[in-house]
Design a protein around this ligand. Structure first.
Ligand SMILES: [Zn+2]
Length: 430
C-alpha cells in the first residue's frame, strides 16, 4: 500500500515533513518525496492530510469498560483504599470470561476510534483467572489493535489466586515471546498487597522471561506508609531488593514518590505512566511529571483509551498546578508511549520511518492558523480530534475508517455488552 502526499507528523521532538509511505505487511518499508505506485498497489490519497503515528495507551484496565455509569456505593468511600475495596475489587470479582471478552471488545473499539493502536492493559478477574489474557488477546485480535497484556498478581485473594495469576502471566509471556501483535509484562497490583514471597516469585518470572513488571506505584498518599508498616520497607526499596526495578518496569501513577525514590526510579530507567483523569477522579493528588524524566508515558487507567483527551487533562491539570511556571511538553508523554512500545516489540513506533511499525492515523485536520513543528502541541490541544481521523492503521491493516471500526459489528458488541454490564452490576450488589 502507498500513502501519497500526506504531511507526516512526529510528536516529540515535534517535526512535520511532506513524504509518501510504502507499507508492506506490518511495516513501513519506504519513506520518500515521490514514491511511484507499483502495479496492483493500493494508493491512499493523503494530500491535504496529516499522518500521525498510532497512539499508545501505556496503562489501563479494559475491564473498567463495563463499569461506565455504574451506580456508586451507598455512602461515599472514606479513602482511596476504601474505594478499591467497595468498588473496584467488587467489580473485578464479579467478572466472568464473557464479561472480560466484551469489556476488551468495547475498550478496543473505543481505542481504534481514537487512533490508539497499542493498549498496555493491566487485567484482574479473580474468579476467572486462567485463560483471561488469551480472552483479551482474542478480542483485541478481532478489532485489530495491538496489546501488551498482564495479569494483576496480588495476595488479596489468597495463595491459590496469587499462584493462578503468576501462572497466567507465565503462560501469556511464553505464548507471545515472538508475537508481532501481542506481548506480555509481569503484572502485579501494588506493593501493599504483595508479600515478600510474592515479590520474589514476580522477580523470578520477570528474569525468566526477560520481561518488565507492570505495577501501581505510590498512587495514593498512604501507599508508602502502608507498605512500610506491613513489610518494614518502602515501595521502591522492595522493588530493588527483588530485582524488579529496571528499565523494563512499567510503573503506573508515581503520584506520591519521595524525591529520593523518584530519583532511584528514573536512575534505574523504569517507565513512569501518568494517568491524569484517573488521578483527578480519585482525588489522589497531582503527579510531579516535571520530574518524571524522558521515560514517561500517558495512560488512561480505566478511562477510554482516547490519548488526545488524556493529553488535554495532563496539560491543563499541570498548567493549573504550575501557575506561571513553564509546563512540561505534554506531547512528549505520547511519544514516550510509542518509545515504550518500540522497546517491548523490538521495532520502532512513533517515527513513520522506513523500518517502523505501520501503525498510523490519517487525519483530515485543516489548521485555521499556520501549523509548524514549533506549535504542534497547540494544534494537538485545541484542534486535532479523533472525529477528523479518516483512517487508523495498526500493524499494516486499516482498523477504523471515518470513525467506523472495520472488523467488528459495533452494534452487536455494544448490545451484548449492555446485557453483560447489567448482570455484572447485579452480581456486584449481591
Ligand atoms: Zn491502574
Amino acid at each position: 500500500m502507498l500513502l501519497k502526499g500526506g504531511t507526516l507528523v512526529r510528536l516529540h521532538p515535534p517535526a512535520l515533513a511532506r513524504a509518501d509511505l510504502r507499507i508492506e505487511g506490518d511495516t513501513i518499508v519506504a519513506r520518500g518525496a515521490r514514491l511511484a505506485p507499483r502495479p496492483g498497489e493500493a494508493v491512499e490519497d493523503c494530500r491535504g492530510r496529516f499522518v500521525l503515528p498510532g497512539l499508545v495507551c501505556a496503562h489501563t484496565h479494559m475491564y473498567s469498560a463495563l463499569a461506565r455509569g455504574m451506580p456508586g456505593p451507598a455512602a461515599p468511600p472514606a479513602s482511596f483504599p476504601d474505594m478499591l475495596r467497595r468498588v473496584w475489587w467488587r467489580l473485578d470479582q464479579a467478572l466472568t470470561d464473557e464479561a472480560v471478552y466484551y469489556s476488551a471488545m468495547v475498550g478496543a473499539v473505543e481505542a481504534v476510534r481514537a487512533g490508539t493502536t497499542t493498549i498496555v492493559d493491566h487485567h484482574a478477574s479473580p474468579n476467572a483467572i486462567p485463560g483471561s489474557l488469551g480472552i483479551i488477546r482474542e478480542a483485541f485480535g478481532v478489532v485489530g489493535v495491538r496489546g501488551v497484556l498482564c495479569y494483576e498478581v496480588t495476595d488479596r485473594g489468597g495463595l491459590r489466586r496469587r499462584d493462578a495469576g503468576l501462572a497466567e502471566n507465565d503462560r501469556f509471556l511464553s505464548a507471545t515471546r515472538a508475537d508481532t501483535q501481542f506481548r506480555g509484562l509481569v503484572g502485579a497490583h501494588a506493593s501493599f498487597t504483595l508479600r515478600d514471597a510474592s515479590l520474589a516469585a514476580l522477580g523470578d518470572l520477570a528474569r525468566y522471561h526477560r520481561a518488565g513488571l507492570h505495577l501501581h506505584v505510590a498512587e495514593a498518599i498512604d501507599d508508602e506508609a502502608r507498605t512500610r508498616s506491613l513489610y518494614g520497607a518502602g515501595i521502591v526499596e522492595r522493588l530493588e531488593r527483588h530485582g524488579l526495578l529496571d528499565d523494563r518496569a512499567v510503573l503506573a501513577h508515581g503520584v506520591h514518590l519521595s524525591e529520593r525514590d523518584l530519583a532511584r526510579v528514573t536512575a534505574a530507567g523504569a517507565w513512569l505512566v501518568h494517568n491524569p483523569r484517573s488521578n483527578m477522579n480519585n482525588a489522589v493528588g497531582h503527579a510531579p511529571i516535571e520530574r518524571f524524566g524522558d521515560r514517561a508515558a500517558l495512560g488512561t487507567d480505566g478511562w477510554p483509551a482516547d490519548m488526545l483527551a488524556e493529553l488535554r487533562f495532563a496539560h491543563f491539570r499541570e498548567r493549573e498546578h504550575l501557575g506561571r511556571r513553564r509546563s512540561h511538553a505534554a506531547a512528549a508523554l505520547l511519544q514516550g508511549g510509542q518509545s515504550l512500545a518500540s522497546e517491548i516489540f523490538g521495532v520502532p513506533f512513533g517515527t513513520l520511518a522506513a523500518g517502523s511499525a505501520a501503525d498510523l492515523i490519517v487525519c483530515d485536520y485543516v489548521p485555521p492558523t499556520p501549523m509548524t513543528a514549533a506549535n504542534l502541541q497547540g494544534h494537538l490541544l485545541a484542534g486535532i480530534d479523533p472525529s477528523m481521523f479518516t483512517g487508523v492503521m495498526a500493524a499494516g491493516q486499516w482498523v477504523c475508517r471515518n470513525g467506523v471500526p472495520v472488523n467488528v459489528d459495533v452494534d452487536a458488541v455494544y448490545c451484548r455488552a449492555r446485557q453483560l454490564a447489567a448482570a455484572l452490576w447485579r452480581r456486584m450488589r449481591g
